[in-house]
Design a protein around this ligand. Structure first.
Ligand SMILES: [Mg+2]
Length: 312
C-alpha cells in the first residue's frame, strides 16, 4: 500500500522539490503543498464509510464541541433537535467537577435554547459518586467547592472531617491552604485519596488556571503518595458508567469531542465509535501527533447532519 514505507517522500527534479505524504486514513498520496486538499480527502474518505443512524447513545463533549465559551457552534443545535425528533439518547459530558450538573444544565439550556433533562448532563463528579458507591464508601473528606459538596450530598454521601473513609480531590476553585493542609495530614496518616479528573489546567477567558491535575501534583510532592484512582476523561469511567446505566453496548454509542487525547482516547478505550470535531482544540494533523485515530472527523455539525440525512 505504501511503496516507500514512510510518510514523507521527497522527489527532487532539478530545482524543484516536491513533498508527497501518504495519508493512512484516505490511503492516498497527497502533495504536501496543499494541506487543504489533504484535509478534505481525509475527512471525506473517512466518514462516508460509516453509519450514524444505528447509534443508540450520542455522547457530546461541551466546550469546543457544542459551544466555544458561550457561543453555540454551527449545526450543534440543529443536530440535537434531529436526535430529539428521532428519540435518540444523548448526554453532555464534562470533566469539570467545580460546578453542579444543575449549573451545566442551565448553561446548556441557555446556549442551545433547548430543554435538557438533568440526567442528560454527566460530569466527573457523578463518575466519582458511582465509583464511591461501588466501593461501598459513604464518608469522605472533600477538597472541593460548595457545589461539589452539594452534588455529593444529594446522592447520599457525606462530606466530613470526622473519620472519613477516603479523600476526594476535585476542581476546588475555592481551595485554601487550610484545606490543603488537612488533605496532606489525612494522607500522611494513611488515608487514601482519589481525584475527579486529571486535567492540569482549565482554560478561561483570562488564561489557564490550575485544575485538579495540578492539585494532585502538589499533594504528591508534599506527601510522596499518588492518588489511588483518577476518574474523568480520558479514563473510561464516564462512558462505562453511562453505558451501564442505559444498558447500551459500546458499538451502539458514539462520542463527539474536540480533544484527541481526552475525548477520542476515552471513546477508544471503551470501544465506542469516536468523532473528532475540528471546531475546538485539535487540528487534523494532531491525529499523527497523538497516534490516536478517530473513526470520524467533521468540520462542523452541519457535516454530521448531511451524513445523517444521507443515510435516512
Ligand atoms: Mg472540549
Amino acid at each position: 500500500m505504501n511503496p516507500f514505507d514512510k510518510s514523507d517522500v521527497y522527489f527532487k527534479n532539478h530545482d524543484l522539490i516536491l513533498i508527497f505524504i501518504f495519508d493512512k486514513m484516505s490511503e492516498k498520496w497527497w502533495n504536501k503543498e496543499n494541506n487543504d486538499e489533504i484535509e478534505d480527502a481525509r475527512i471525506l474518505n473517512n466518514y462516508k464509510k460509516r453509519d450514524l443512524l444505528d447509534k443508540k447513545l450520542f455522547i457530546f463533549d461541551q466546550d469546543g464541541t457544542i459551544y466555544l465559551n458561550y457561543i453555540l457552534l454551527d449545526g450543534a443545535k440543529d443536530f440535537i433537535n434531529i436526535l430529539k425528533k428521532k428519540k435518540k439518547k444523548f448526554v453532555f459530558i464534562t470533566n469539570n467537577s467545580s460546578k453542579k450538573t444543575d449549573t451545566y444544565r442551565e448553561k446548556l439550556t441557555g446556549i442551545l435554547n433547548i430543554k435538557i433533562n438533568l440526567d442528560q448532563i454527566y460530569n466527573s463528579t457523578l463518575a466519582t459518586i458511582e465509583y464511591l458507591k461501588n466501593q461501598k464508601i459513604s464518608k469522605i473528606y472533600c477538597m472541593g467547592t460548595q457545589e461539589f459538596i452539594e452534588e455529593i450530598n444529594k446522592h447520599g454521601l457525606i462530606c466530613t472531617e470526622e473519620d472519613p473513609q477516603l479523600i476526594v480531590v476535585a476542581f476546588d476553585t475555592t481551595l485554601t491552604y487550610e484545606k490543603l493542609k488537612k488533605t496532606c495530614f489525612f494522607i500522611q496518616n494513611g488515608l487514601e485519596y482519589i481525584a475527579t479528573h486529571p486535567d492540569k489546567v482549565c482554560p478561561t477567558s483570562d488564561g489557564f488556571i490550575p485544575d485538579t491535575g495540578s492539585f494532585i501534583s502538589l499533594i504528591e510532592s508534599a506527601t510522596g503518595i499518588k492518588p489511588k484512582k483518577v476518574l474523568g476523561k480520558p479514563n473510561p469511567e464516564i462512558i462505562s458508567f453511562l453505558l451501564e446505566k442505559y444498558q447500551i453496548k459500546p458499538k451502539e454509542c458514539i462520542v463527539f469531542g474536540d480533544r484527541i487525547y481526552t475525548d477520542i482516547k476515552m471513546g477508544k478505550k471503551c470501544g465506542t465509535t469516536t468523532a473528532l470535531m475540528l471546531t475546538g482544540e485539535s487540528k487534523i494533523h494532531d491525529i499523527e501527533k497523538f497516534n490516536i485515530e478517530p473513526d470520524l472527523v467533521f468540520r462542523s455539525f452541519n457535516e454530521v447532519i448531511n451524513l445523517f440525512n444521507e443515510k435516512s
